[in-house]
Design a protein. Sequence first.
Length: 87
Amino acid sequence: MDPNQVLYLAKAAVLLVFYLSMPIIAAATAFGLLVAVFQTLVQVQEQTLAFAVKLVAIIVVFFISGAWMSGQLLLFFDDILLRIADL
């Protein structure tokens, strides 16, 4: 493997991690912001409420996008194995 291939694979791995984590991070951020605004309006200072809502949102998003995530991981892993086989 030459250095260009290694850099390409490292870049692809970082981008894959970014793309796979973005739906979960976006959902947690959005629901956290909504709960924070709701708690501010109602003047409730309960920390477990925000945590529970974010946890449920993360689980739902994970189940919705889990097939896509695993498919992307398998494609990347298949690409890595094909490159190893060409050595």
